[in-house]
Design a protein around this ligand. Sequence first.
Ligand SMILES: [Cu+2]
Length: 452
Amino acid sequence: MVDTVAPVIRRGVLVALLGLLFATPAQAKTTTHTWRVGPVDMRAYATEQALEWTRAPKSGGYLTSMYARIVDAAGQPVPQERVMLHHVFFINHGRFKGDRRAGDCSSRNGETFYGTGEEDQAIELPAGYGYRLRKNDRWRVGWMFMNHRHVRERVYLQYTITVTDEPRTPVTPYWISVSCADGKIYSVPGDGGVHELSRTWTVPRAGRIVAGAAHAHGGALNVDVADERCGGRRLLVSEARYGMAEDPIYNLSPVLHEPAPRSMSVATSASGWAVDRGDRLKVTSRYANDSPHSAVMGIMHLYIAHGDGRPEPCPPLPADVQAHRLAFVGAPGRDAPPLEQPELSALGADGIARPVADLTGPLAVRHGDAAVKVRNVAFRPRRLSVPSGAVVRWRFSDPLEHDVTLASGPRGFASAYTRRGTYRKRLTVPGQYRIFCSLHPVTMSQTIEVRP
Ligand SMILES: [Cu+2]
């Protein structure tokens, strides 16, 4: 389905160009590359994802900026209300075994160095800094796209990088997730106020943070980094911004996915936030908690320049901090997330999905715990009634990955994507729980009535 774009002819041209380059006297050079992954053929309402090898610069040097978006065959950006870039991340597999290691929740090999999603971020490191590339670095890209409509789409992931061979102060990227659960997801229950989830991360080497930006989902307010050594003062923050009511992303029917922020700010400082090895930084993800937000994320991407750490225990905060955003529909937008809960829907004979108030089929009434089968792209039973306090167990056995995600209801929850195993949830708050599989939103839905 998906091919990595690296045609032999282009590679030949590149080799020829490099030959010319080496034939001329050495001089500092900055190059911009724009490459594509795809095409990806998106069926109606489909979610597609992959983790695949992709093109990386053949030369060494320093990466100074990067941006990825979805485009069509003509290179035109595809708006989110058609096909949404749910997330993308690039992993560098270094030349030397074990020299690049994701230091966050897991210790898998490979260093994630750029990522974004609906929040549409470009990274441009402050002047003088760069992400070091080696000649034989190999990159993988992980992406997830969602088609919001009943029409097929053919799209590409396009990424643009700037690489320089000028000397730069090297930076190491770190991805810090507030949740180390499977898939790095967690759920905001929807029981009022502001929901916070934090994780403390130990800085692996001394230097200065020169850029930070967060990945977050619908309902997010901000993700920040606080300094535990200095009374928990805030170092930097990535703030969510949403579009206005007329934004097409809030006028889709059915709503298959809670829209994420249109923008999460990127904080940069050329002088940087000094940190020592062993420092404890607290990353906190904040969500509006008036309504549930299921399967959210809070991941801070920090770029730390190598060098001396703190000149004193609590140095003054840098004076040259900037918050960057790309232009977005309805900018400057609003801080408060709009209430946009996913809707259960059904596919009509015309292939168009429409929201449904109630599901059809018999109601399975249980007087205690209940079991649900997740197979053949369906939940069985589809309609379930349990007493408050009952544990519901969803047993997965299908060749396709699925999940259990609360679309709307009294309390948010969600499972990770899986093909096998069991997900269990105790339902203690009475009311109607409207549930779907976020990977198959128009075909897999369920309602559970929790009796008082
Ligand atoms: Cu599914």
